[in-house]
Design a protein around this ligand. Structure first.
Ligand SMILES: C[S@@+](CC[C@H](N)C(=O)[O-])C[C@H]1O[C@@H](n2cnc3c(N)ncnc32)[C@H](O)[C@@H]1O
Length: 278
């Protein structure tokens, strides 16, 4: 089904929802993806960065752990996420006094020009109706020359072996639904264009690939468990929107179990990490 037309000013729906199961999933996800997402970030000697779409503080904890001189301002529009982030970061010793939580819409930041010396975005642009506007806002609040890092999905890259048609059909429904509610599951491929249009320079995009097979069975199993959680996190919304039937969700679960038991299974997925300067 073709995606519905969405006005740029429309607030996009949020595919994953805000349940406590989903909030825990975001923290597990951040830990599983940490080696790829946080490898060689350009935030050394930075003092105050803005994290846009900070969710439950999962990435904030990692940023504060890896960059001990940094303070992070977390921008998040959901009060549920912010309340959970507050609870979580209060339990993280190295976060004490080093973060600020701001209930803000990334499309209209309240901060003055040149308020920050770095920006970090992770899995947010895929959920907003006007990602160009978010990046323009990010540039406005950065000092000239400050680095921005954006991590984004490229859902066309997902592949599983043994061939899993129910899972791929569910994945199509997941992506169609995200498009319909105003997001973009393929936005990773567009980060170069978007950053350029927002006036950033020295733009570099890196394809980050998870390719798990018999060379790393432990990581493959861990990743498949994470991916199964990710797929199922969309199920309530997809069932409610009548994009999938319960039987199809069960058929996908059976396939994923089968992939997990197969001694020769293969998992492949790529996302894009973009670096640029304001
Ligand atoms: C998939 S979560 C990722 C959270 C975090 N970056 C992480 O990696 O764990 C996306 C977050 O972006 C937030 N979000 C979506 N649209 C937003 C907007 N317009 N302004 C601020 N936050 C937004 C959602 O509420 C959600 O918490």
């Amino acid at each position: 089904m073709a995606p519905a037309k969405s006005s740029p000013r429309r607030q996009a729906g949020y595919l994953h929802g805000y349940s406590s199961t989903e909030q825990d999933r975001l923290r597990r996800q951040a830990r599983v993806l940490e080696p790829m997402v946080h490898d060689r970030l350009p935030f050394w000697r930075r003092r105050r960065i803005v994290e846009i779409g900070s969710g439950v503080g999962a990435q904030t904890e990692i940023l504060l752990r890896r960059f001990p001189e940094l303070a992070v301002t977390c921008v998040e529009r959901s009060p549920h996420q912010l309340a959970d982030a507050k609870r979580y970061l209060a339990s993280v010793p190295w976060a004490k006094g080093r973060f600020t939580l701001a209930e803000e819409d990334a499309l209209r930041l309240s901060f003055e020009r040149e308020s920050f010396d770095g920006a970090f975005l992770c899995w947010i642009l895929e959920h907003v109706p006007d990602p160009a506007r978010v990046l323009t806002e990010a540039r406005r609040v950065l000092i000239p020359g400050a680095p921005i890092v954006a991590n984004e999905v490229l859902n066309a890259t997902f592949f599983l072996d043994p061939y899993s048609p129910n899972t791929l059909r569910y994945w199509m429904a997941f992506n169609d639904h995200q498009l319909e509610i105003g997001g973009d599951p393929f936005i990773g491929a567009k980060l170069g264009n978007l950053l350029q249009a927002a006036g950033f320079h020295d733009i570099r995009t890196e394809v980050k690939t998870f390719h798990y097979d018999n060379r790393s069975p432990g990581e493959r199993a861990e990743f498949l468990a994470y991916w199964t959680d990710l797929l199922l996190s969309g199920a309530p919304g997809l069932l409610e929107a009548k994009r999938v039937k319960k039987a199809e969700v069960l058929a996908m679960k059976d396939e994923l179990d089968r992939v997990g038991r197969d001694p020769n299974s293969v998992f492949f997925y790529s996302f894009i990490q973009a670096h640029a300067l304001a």
